[in-house]
Design a protein around this ligand. Structure first.
Ligand SMILES: Cc1cc2nc3c(=O)[nH]c(=O)nc-3n(C[C@H](O)[C@H](O)[C@H](O)COP(=O)(O)OP(=O)(O)OC[C@H]3O[C@@H](n4cnc5c(N)ncnc54)[C@H](O)[C@@H]3O)c2cc1C
Length: 456
């Protein structure tokens, strides 16, 4: 009799796992049932801001594989608009509710892949029945926002609450659509994933575009008129808004797992081993935004909800479920984003994270350019390196610049992943030609400066 795999969550982690398992085991050996509560499978949530802005013409463009493709090409039983509401580990069953048709089903599993993603942080004040207030996590969330923006009356004033990278990307998207946009951030700077000095460059660029940024200001409530949001309430009084987007971060969507007794780590994510198995629960797997993982530099468990990890972790789980061997060995915190033409990249630890992890370190910042200074299109680029003292081991790096900045972080990520010191990095054989870099690449200049700062 065929083994039975049930997948909860039909996006990056869940469908990567299901596809890998199918590649290794055919229908006769493995029956695969997928429950997805939304309307889409295998979509790029990362592309939502570009659909909101209009750069990407339609949501279909963001879908890698639709449910029908999984059914016909991959022989999977994909049940859309089905929300799993309980996991019974003893009977090895899940309970799922049909959100459109009504009714409940119970399905048996041998293996269970838990891939429910994350949920946007929603403070009590955001619990409202007023229209026009959105969290941003799934393509359904993006569709709801698009519908509001295209509706009648058309919103003109947007407030984005919270300046993480999703808040910043959505602020840019709304601005590109022609809305007047205010980003409200409770701390001193948006973009807290980079150090304050680097975040300031991002905030300046956003202000330069015409996005209003209010920092050190907390939203405490919402006002509404005729069932539509009309303002956010702050200590400085109401701020008019026809649409409000929450960018307050996300937390692991682990409630079902917790109720079923899966081990939950200190970050709130499900604990998994390097093969993406839930420890002590044979045949139970978890991956993506709902799990915590190891930070390879700090050695601490972290929750890093990124598509790049969800895909790799899902793939790892699927290979193992299919009878192969694969491991996911942790993250180093590499991430990139942009605000209009300004690119931002980071890898490793920020200063505060390095201090919390107990490292002694130096940090240096260099101003350079993306191309030879004389070459048309040369624009500023700021590189920051954090290196352990006295070893010189690279602990973290951040880049802010106008073009070719974001993907330059990958050079630094590879150096960091491989435990290079800034001394080693000074002689890296990086490509040089005037259209691509100054003769001393900004990365090399920063490494030299870090060696000097170590003062050994
Ligand atoms: C606006 C935005 C921009 C982003 N940009 C980037 C980027 O540039 N780079 C990057 O690396 N990452 C980015 N991300 C993050 C990335 O999209 C996520 O890390 C990734 O989608 C996580 O994949 P996942 O499969 O773990 O979870 P999800 O993609 O959230 O999928 C989980 C699925 O499970 C379903 N589900 C949840 N509970 C149940 C249930 N009980 N029953 C049935 N189904 C359920 C949900 O409907 C959802 O479809 C972005 C995210 C957003 C929102």
């Amino acid at each position: 009799m065929a083994q039975r795999l049930i997948v909860i969550g039909g996006d990056a982690a869940g469908m990567s796992a299901a596809s890998q398992a199918r590649r290794r085991r055919d229908r006769a050996n493995l029956e695969i049932v997928v429950f997805e509560r939304g309307h889409f499978t295998s979509y790029s949530a990362c592309g939502i801001p570009y659909w909101i802005s209009g750069l990407v013409p339609n949501p279909e463009a963001l879908i890698a594989r639709d449910p029908e493709t999984f059914r016909t090409t991959f022989a999977m039983d994909v049940r859309m608009r089905h929300e799993v509401t309980a996991i019974d580990l003893e009977r090895r069953e899940v309970v799922a509710r049909d959100l459109d048709g009504g009714g409940e089903v119970r399905e048996r599993f041998d293996d269970l892949m838990y891939a429910t993603g994350a949920v946007p942080v929603k403070p009590p004040w955001a619990d409202t029945d007023a229209g026009g207030v959105f969290g941003m996590q799934t393509l359904d969330d993006g569709a709801a926002l698009r519908e509001w923006l295209d509706g009648d009356p058309k919103p003109r004033r947007a407030v984005v609450v919270g300046g993480g990278y999703i808040g910043v990307e959505i602020a840019e998207a709304l601005f590109e659509r022609g809305l007047s946009v205010t980003l409200v951030e409770a701390t001193e700077q948006p973009m807290a994933k980079v150090d304050g000095d680097m975040a300031e460059l991002v905030a300046d660029a956003m202000r330069g575009l015409g996005i209003t940024i209010r920092t050190g200001l907390r939203v405490t409530g919402l006002e509404q008129q005729n069932g539509r949001v009309s303002a956010v309430v702050t200590a400085e009084g109401p701020m008019p808004a026809d649409v409000v987007v929450l960018g307050l971060g996300v937390r692991p969507n682990a409630a079902l797992a917790e109720a079923a007794g899966f081990p939950i780590g200190p970050t709130g994510g499900i604990r998994v081993d390097r093969r993406m198995r839930v420890p002590g629960r044979p045949g139970i797997w978890a991956a993506g935004d709902c799990v915590e993982t190891l930070h390879r530099v700090s050695g601490m468990p972290v929750h890093v909800p990124l598509g790049t990890h969800a895909n790799k972790q899902g793939r790892t789980a699927g290979i193992n479920i299919g009878g192969g061997y694969a491991t996911f060995t942790g993250v180093i915190g590499t991430a990139v984003t942009k605000v209009c033409d300004l690119e931002v990249g980071r890898t490793g630890l920020r200063e505060q994270e390095a201090a919390e992890a107990g490292f002694e370190f130096v940090s240096v910042v260099v101003e350079s350019t993306n191309r030879a200074g004389y070459y048309p299109g040369a624009r500023p680029m700021t590189v920051k390196l954090i290196a352990e003292r006295p070893s010189g081991r690279l602990l973290g790096a951040q880049i802010v610049g106008w073009s070719e900045a974001a993907k330059r972080i990958d050079t630094l990520a590879v150096a960091l992943w491989n435990g290079m010191t800034v001394d080693d990095m000074t002689s890296l054989d990086l490509g040089y030609a005037p259209p691509y870099a100054p003769v001393w690449d900004p990365v090399l200049i920063a490494a030299r400066k870090a060696v000097d700062a170590l003062d050994r």
